[in-house]
Design a protein around this ligand. Structure first.
Ligand code: LLP
Length: 455
């Protein structure tokens, strides 16, 4: 976080709280999130995109709650003028409990239950992003029964998959999400309308014809941890061409275009993502040019960043425990430093081979550093927190280690493997800390076990 610094005792401090105080007060492992940093990143997306698309179009920034959601965090996002994107009934419940106005919430999911759709419509969410033809019918049926009009976006797969530096454009869509722009096999597309017979085109026709459904616009999400604007630009260009075909063929102008999330962050020094402003400016120039070329007004734009807002705002504190030195090869040794958490609180290294860095946070030590690997305490050899990092050779049991950039997809992907309790999440700001999510207790774990009879 931008408010992390070394205090005069040499301890790392975040939001004016030293890691030693935080660990004493809340225990470790501990997720710490800087409220100011989270808010600043939310505001940077809001302002960069608003400025880049002005005056032609307004932009809604939906904070993707799957990255990390709690009622407080939902409220911070709303207070910064953001909307909230939810991916399940559970995330929807948290956003609502956080006081986010329902009209500023979107509901995603590739297999929403009738109960989730009902709950969203009863709450009055601003949009449901339909993922399939089947779902359009179910939304229509439920909305009609409830006597409401469902605001619907369609999730399309424009054939662009982006990740970090590269994007891959594919003709066919071999993935579970969304409606493809490619005609189904055996269908003879016409020159005038290359989309005829595609699930996306069929979905637009059905949504327009469905009772209880108001088709608001189109959505796509092209990937994760994207550093460059190119993939977003290509996807936007494809969807704008599709919008023109809808206008020409069906006489309908769809008002909104959601370009999804996936904006990347730096996990280690090797990562150099673009600032939101650079992404926004490149994307806005392309969208404006494409709309002008197709004779369309620029639609209202939305984006769904999650990681880029929550990720860098959070760090995890661990207490170092057992160590051993292992000969890797020749003279090269690696020090294994085990900490009191691991893959239960950060599944990303084991799931995605993700790289992190770490620092000795409870004191400043100058002098020799040792190639180290931070590992967890779970029964699994893949339980690695930081694969390779040079840490002071003086690191000893009881020291606090901090792993940055853990604000996104760490708490939200946390598990109870080996019945370790999930850590607390605390927010820091102006020298105070506030528990956002309590540490899980053994009693809570036991209470799910029907064989446990409390005295
Ligand atoms: N919108 C949609 C429709 C999404 O599917 C996602 C992420 C987002 C927005 C937010 O993406 P972000 O800006 O946070 O990258 N667990 C993985 C990431 C999975 C992302 C799934 N969808 C990880 O830890 O890297």
């Amino acid at each position: 976080p931008s408010d992390a610094l070394r205090n005069d005792r040499g301890e790392l401090s975040i939001g004016g709280m030293s890691v030693t105080e935080l660990a004493q007060k809340h225990g470790t492992p501990l997720y710490v999130i800087s409220e100011s940093d989270f808010r600043a990143r939310a505001a940077a997306f809001r302002d960069s995109f608003a400025q880049a698309f002005a005056p032609e179009a307004e932009v809604d920034v939906y904070y993707a709650g799957k990255a990390f959601l709690s009622t407080h965090v939902a409220a911070w996002a709303a207070e910064e003028g953001l909307c909230v994107d939810t991916a399940s009934g559970g995330e929807l419940a948290i956003a609502l409990a956080g006081g986010v106005p329902p009209s500023r919430i979107g509901l995603h999911g590739n297999n929403k239950s009738d109960a989730e759709i009902t709950r969203a419509l009863e709450a009055g969410v601003g949009r449901i992003i339909a993922d399939s033809l089947d779902e359009i019918e179910r939304i229509s049926r439920i909305a009609t029964a409830l006597g409401v009009i469902a605001p619907v976006m369609l999730r399309l797969t424009p054939g662009v998959h982006a990740s970090t530096h590269e994007y891959i454009a594919t003709a066919h869509e071999d993935q579970k999400f969304g409606l493809s722009l490619t005609p189904v096999p055996g269908f003879q597309a016409e020159d005038a309308n290359p989309y005829l017979g595609s699930p996306a085109w069929t979905a637009v026709e059905r949504a327009l014809a469905s009772e209880g459904v108001e088709l608001k616009g189109l959505h796509c999400h092209i990937g994760s941890q994207i550093f460059e604007p190119t993939g977003f630009e290509l996807a936007a260009t494809k969807l704008i061409a599709f919008l023109e075909r809808i206008q020409a063929g069906l006489g309908v102008t769809l008002a909104e275009l959601d370009l999804g999330g996936g904006h990347g962050i730096a996990y280690t020094e090797a990562d150099a993502p673009r600032h939101p402003q650079q992404i926004a400016q490149a994307l806005a120039a392309t969208v404006k040019a494409a709309c002008a070329e197709h004779g369309l007004a620029v639609p209202r734009i939305s984006i769904e960043p999650g990681r880029a807002i929550a990720g860098p705002a959070g760090i995890t504190l661990y207490t170092a425990g057992v160590q051993k030195d292992v000969v890797v090869e020749g003279d090269l040794t690696r020090r294994y430093i085990a900490v009191d958490g691991g893959m239960g609180d950060n599944a990303r290294p084991v799931l995605y081979d993700a790289d992190y860095s770490a620092v000795l946070a409870s004191r400043r030590v100058t002098g020799e550093h040792t190639l180290s690997r931070i590992v967890g305490k779970h029964c699994e050899s893949g339980d690695i927190v930081v694969r390779n990092v040079y840490l002071p050779s003086a690191v000893a049991a009881g020291d606090i280690l901090a792993v940055p950039a853990t604000g996104a997809y760490c708490h939200s992907l946390a598990s109870n493997y080996n019945y370790l309790t999930r850590p607390a999440v605390v927010a820091v700001k102006d020298g105070t800390s506030q528990v956002l999510i309590r540490r899980e207790t053994e009693d809570q774990m036991l209470s799910r076990d029907t064989g446990f009879n409390p005295a």
